[in-house]
Design a protein around this ligand. Sequence first.
Ligand code: GLN
Length: 204
Amino acid sequence: MSTDSGVRVGVLALQGDVREHLRALTECGASARAVRRPVELEQVDALVVPGGESTTISKLAVEFDLLEPIRKRISAGMPVYGSCAGMIMLAEEILDGRADQRAFAGIDMAVRRNAFGRQVDSFEAPVTIDGLGDPPFHAVFIRAPWVERVGDDVEVLGRVAAGAATGRIVAVRQGNLLATAFHPELTGDRRVHQLFVEMAAAAD
Ligand code: GLN
């Protein structure tokens, strides 16, 4: 399914699985492009923060002068979707983070880094996302965070539905900000990207 909205969606390209998100967004009808510099940020309507390593993305965001501009755009209502490390970057509170780790913040939640890693580094599990229908997502978790606290304004969209981590929150939305602990860009299931492109088009 494609919306052909042509909405300009950037993928923060400091580190992480940028190409997979660009492909997924393009397939959903967005005009997708990499964002590495403040001028490129100014040219997009919405932003994806990919999976990777949040401490590295944090450090590079400061070095590339993107931390404050992205925080400002978030305050001004820019839609942002964060996957895995990107979810961590959108959290108001990071548990098990590094002391000098910074976030773009915006979602009133506490996420714990590498939360599942105490049991197993990577795994796949079914996750039902509210509003995205059946079948459940085949969710891929790679040294993933989970959400330990959400504020009143945060909608919980998905929880792990099987295995040792059953019930853990792994998908949330607060206004124009969307985050998943898993990596939908690594599977062919485009429903999360489709939702985000629709959010971006609606905000445009
Ligand atoms: N463990 C990583 C972090 O803390 C996230 C892993 C991922 O994005 N796949 O940033």
